[in-house]
Design a protein around this ligand. Structure first.
Ligand code: URP
Ligand code: ZN
Ligand code: ZN
Length: 472
């Protein structure tokens, strides 16, 4: 009998800290050995010329998430995870979102039903708290944290989700007490409302004015406020989808004061700009997300933050809404005012290729930093490491054989999500995943899907070390 189920031979293994040529032996879905001349296996994969990376962990994506405005999240757990796997991601963490007037536990139960029998890769859940009732604070949220839902998102904007500072500080105190990671969407809601009214009163409804309704000061102020609330509650937080240099400055300042403020950014803030919101006609709607992509000069500030450690993770914030659809970007037809266009864009499949191509190939970040940002740190941030995010003995054999030389032009027709566009149409990238393994099983074989709906498993998360308050 063979010693291993699979051996990946002659690849260059890349972790968050090291790069070395080795074979990887897999048994029962886990990495059993890393070394040279490992012995026999039922299956051998030749990784000559390829990088062997820990599978990507996309810690911010929206799949089959219910909405309250009539829009429909276009990807369910099948199409969303299929697309993720093709792009080299082997774990996703979407959001079980509490609707106001409903309990958080019912949101979690509902979300399990949506995921069941559909996911092709493993998944965990973040929670979204939009209605922090006494029952939620005293019972439901602590109970869910105990059961492995150890992170939750708080919104400072969006009328159906936003919490006030009092509610936020209470939730951060709870996160501290129970060891959870709080994620914060930092934008000032009242100022957005005022700017939006002012723009619409002048007839400025086109998608391009989305950027004008949410300038950097909106994000900077809310980021500073979130930091201040976290300082008061004495708890680490993660600021999600940071778009701009002004927010980066706040986070850098807080980190310099010794506060555990973590930050996430996304490919849209390094590969798109506010000019993309001004594409002809209604096309700018494809790039509406919040916070919006910024001026071109801003991209350098995001790259600086990625290189110097201000950012810990890069997520897709995949929020899939179809373009030419009355349940998508054209919610109110081809002249949908920017404030009615569903926020977010697809990107679950293109996250690794874009960051690799724009970052590693262009010399802005190292290969090890790339792995840290897309896989190892998100696994650590949410209590999944070292099961996920590592190429180490005992870790799940979630591995990507990544071709660092192949050139591709991103075309929506080649992607696997259920969206009728990609904001990156025509972007040339160098580097693409070739073969992807999930717990030792080949799910993508040189670009071909070999997995099955429902083979992805739910992952309860541990309390993350990164959520621990700093000990003096
Ligand atoms: O515009 C965005 N980012 N949409 C997705 C929802 C969110 O706030 O992350
Ligand atoms: Zn958000
Ligand atoms: Zn999001």
């Amino acid at each position: 009998m063979s010693q291993f189920d699979t051996i990946i031979r002659h690849g260059t293994v890349v972790t968050a800290s090291d790069t070395f040529v080795a074979d990887v032996g897999i048994k029962d879905g886990r990495i059993e050995a890393i070394g040279k001349s490992l012995g026999t296996a039922a299956q051998t994969l030749d990784a000559t010329g390829l990088l062997v990376l820990p599978g990507g962990v996309d810690a911010h994506c929206h799949l089959d998430q219910p909405t309250s405005d009539g829009s429909v999240c276009a990807d369910d757990f099948y199409s969303g995870t299929l697309s993720a796997a093709h792009g080299g991601t082997t774990t996703v963490i979407p959001f079980a979102c509490q609707q106001r007037g409903h309990t958080l536990t019912s949101a979690v139960d509902d979300y399990h039903r949506r995921a069941q029998d559909k996911a092709v890769i493993d998944y965990a859940f973040h929670l979204i708290v939009s209605d922090p009732t006494a029952q939620l604070i005293e019972h439901d949220l602590p109970m869910l944290i105990d059961k492995g839902y150890t992170s939750f998102k708080i919104y400072m904007t969006y009328d159906d989700m936003k919490l006030n500072d009092r509610q936020i500080v209470e939730l951060l105190a709870l996160a501290r007490h129970h060891g959870a990671m709080a994620m914060i969407h930092a934008e000032n809601s009242d100022l957005i409302a005022w700017l939006t009214e002012t723009l619409l009163a002048k007839g400025l409804w086109n998608p391009r004015y989305h950027a004008a309704s949410r300038p950097q000061v909106i994000e900077r102020e809310a980021t500073h406020r979130a930091i201040s609330i976290a300082e008061l509650a004495d708890v680490p937080i993660l600021i999600v989808h940071v778009s701009g240099g002004e927010a980066v400055e706040q986070i850098h300042w807080a980190q310099g004061r010794g506060l555990r403020i973590y930050a996430e950014t996304c490919p849209q803030y390094i590969a798109l700009t506010e000019d993309d919101l001004a594409r002809p006609g209604f096309e700018g709607a494809k790039c509406i997300c919040s916070p919006p992509p910024r001026h071109k000069d801003n991209q350098r500030l995001i790259w600086d933050g990625l290189a110097n450690g201000v950012f810990q993770i890069v997520s897709s914030d995949h929020a899939p809404f179809k373009y030419a659809s009355s349940t998508g970007k054209m919610l109110k037809g081809e002249q949908t005012p920017f404030n009615w266009v569903p926020n977010g864009m697809p990107g679950i499949e293109t996250r690794l290729p874009i960051l690799f191509s724009e970052g590693v190939v262009k010399g802005r970040i190292s290969l090890n930093r790339f792995v840290e940002l897309v896989s190892t740190n998100p696994a650590k941030m949410y209590g999944l490491h070292p099961r996920k995010g590592a190429v180490a003995v005992g870790s799940d054999a979630d591995l990507v054989l990544f071709d660092p030389r192949v050139k591709r032009v991103i075309r929506n027709a080649d992607l696997h999500h259920n969206v009728d566009y990609t904001p990156y149409e025509g972007l040339e990238v160098t580097g693409w995943p070739s073969t992807v393994l999930s717990r030792g099983q080949v799910v993508i074989d040189r670009g071909q899907f070999k997995g099955a709906a429902g083979q992805g498993q739910f992952l309860p998360c541990a309390r993350p070390d990164m959520a621990r308050p700093k000990v003096a």
